[in-house]
Design a protein around this ligand. Structure first.
Ligand code: SAH
Ligand code: SF4
Length: 439
């Protein structure tokens, strides 16, 4: 999401005549886009600011700015007290960034940290490097107020872009050859185009997006388990280029903890949903987010999370230690799970997920898959890499018939927990062969 925001910022600044440099020594302005979701994200930024101080010592005219979720939190500390940055601009004020930079060039502090109920940057063309993968923010903010989460405070209220502007952006991406686009929002299932008479929801947006270019894969993230609709599940089956992959964060397998987290669903509801999705979308795969060590979490609660992981058998998971965030409801609860217990539980969760990923990947040996070729493998230019519809990376020996952005059919012959290996079988002409994106 922050990368998507950075592209919006670049879009705004490029229009004003700014350009990007790879070398910070040459920069007149250095902007850091920040994240507040967990404490370690914030600590990394403090480290980066420390390094950039030297740049500023060498070039006193340099404007050093902080963007994103930490802006409001850092304003006092970095601008007023430590005086190391010249600019802090929060996620809803990027439109005025050029003005704030001018203020900073003139020797004052540029400060824009107000949140907005309406800003969606609907009309801003993000600046993207050419490639195959892109993402589009379709909505901003969040109204869910999960008790652990700082997002509703740093990114403000939920608001959606118009369906038409998203379709236009997809048309431009298609014309530039992008082939794999992810629609982003904190809870995409609350997407609502209120401006249109039809009150288009997220399923409508997915349908419209899928129709733009049948050779372009469409993904989305994140779905909240309370809001994902049956209509959405059926929509995925109606369009082969909508990927059969759902990121559905469970956070915990204990109803008591889910209640304390204000997640507004039970484990039973969640598992039911998974079953329903598996029935409606054959071959669907799931990933999730899990927090370990939320206040009052017992071993019993932890084992309930382990149980859910075993039941669902996720293809992937993002797993975190609970990190208290100031201003949230959970911040007022005692962070009473000792650090070493949090670490131990997290390690168990990570180990289990790795074992499940390995088993699931090994079950794919001998199967045929269609991948979108993305380029050389990271490790060797004797291999190319491409992803399946379900977001798994497959490595295949190079072949002069294969080039980037081809859809090819491969046979899986080996698997680790993170990667599949396969042999080339044939090319797929998506348009002629009835747009089947899975084998
Ligand atoms: N809107 C998404 C999540 C966005 S944040 C959703 O509801 O699914 C991404 C993930 O970070 C969350 O799903 C959660 O697992 C994790 N996270 C958020 N706040 C956290 C905190 N205070 N401590 C640890 N992990 C946290
Ligand atoms: Fe945070 Fe919950 Fe909103 Fe996700 S749904 S962004 S976890 S408040």
């Amino acid at each position: 999401m922050n990368l998507a925001d950075t592209e919006i910022v670049l879009g705004i600044l490029k229009k004003q005549g700014y350009d990007v440099t790879d070398n910070p020594e040459n920069a007149d302005v250095v902007l850091l886009n920040t994240c507040s979701i967990r404490d370690n994200a914030e600590q990394r930024i403090y480290g980066r600011i420390g390094n950039l101080k030297t740049l500023k010592q060498n070039n006193p005219d340099l404007v050093l700015g902080i963007l994103g979720c930490m802006a409001e939190r850092l304003r006092k500390d970095l601008v007023e007290d430590k005086k190391v940055v010249d600019l802090v601009v929060g996620p809803d004020e990027y439109r005025r960034l050029p003005e704030y930079i001018d203020v900073a060039f003139n020797g004052d502090k540029g400060i824009g940290v107000k949140l907005s109920r309406t800003e969606t940057y609907d009309d801003i063309e993000p600046h993207r490097e050419d490639g195959l993968n892109a993402w589009i923010s379709v909505m901003r903010g969040c109204d869910k107020f999960c008790t652990f989460c700082v997002v509703p405070f740093t990114r403000g209220r939920e608001r959606s872009r118009s369906l038409q502007s998203i379709v236009t952006e997809l048309e431009n991406l298609s014309a530039r050859g992008f082939k794999d686009v992810t629609l982003l929002g904190q809870n995409v299932n609350s997407y609502l185009d209120e401006e249109s008479k039809n009150n288009w929801d997220f399923a409508d947006l997915l349908s419209a997006s899928a129709k733009v270019d049948r050779t372009m894969r469409i993904r989305f993230s994140t779905s909240h388990p309370q809001d994902i609709s049956v209509k959405l599940l059926y929509t995925i089956t109606e369009h082969p280029n909508l990927c059969n992959y759902i990121h559905l964060p469970v956070q915990s397998g204990s109803n008591r903890i889910l209640d304390l987290m204000n997640r507004t669903y039970t484990v039973e509801h969640y598992l039911n949903l998974i079953e329903k999705a598996k029935k409606i979308i054959p071959g669907v795969s799931f990933s999730t987010d899990i927090i370990s060590g939320f206040p009052t979490e017992t071993w019993e609660d932890h084992f309930a999370t382990i149980e859910v992981m075993k039941r669902v058998r996720y293809d992937g998971a993002y797993m975190f230690k609970y990190s208290p965030r100031e201003g949230t409801k959970a911040f007022k609860m005692e962070d009473d799970v000792a650090e070493e217990i949090k670490s131990k539980r997290l390690q168990e969760i990570v180990d289990l997920q790795q074992q499940i990923s390995l088993e699931k990947n090994q079950e794919m040996i001998g199967k045929e898959e269609i991948i979108l070729v993305e380029g050389f493998s990271k490790k060797s230019n004797q291999y190319i890499a491409g992803r399946t519809d379900t977001n798994k990376m497959v490595i295949v020996p190079i072949d002069n018939k294969i080039k980037n952005s081809d859809y090819i059919k491969v046979k899986i012959n080996r698997a680790t927990s993170g990667t599949l290996f396969g042999d080339y079988l044939s090319h797929i002409d998506i348009e002629k062969q009835g747009i089947a994106l899975t084998a």
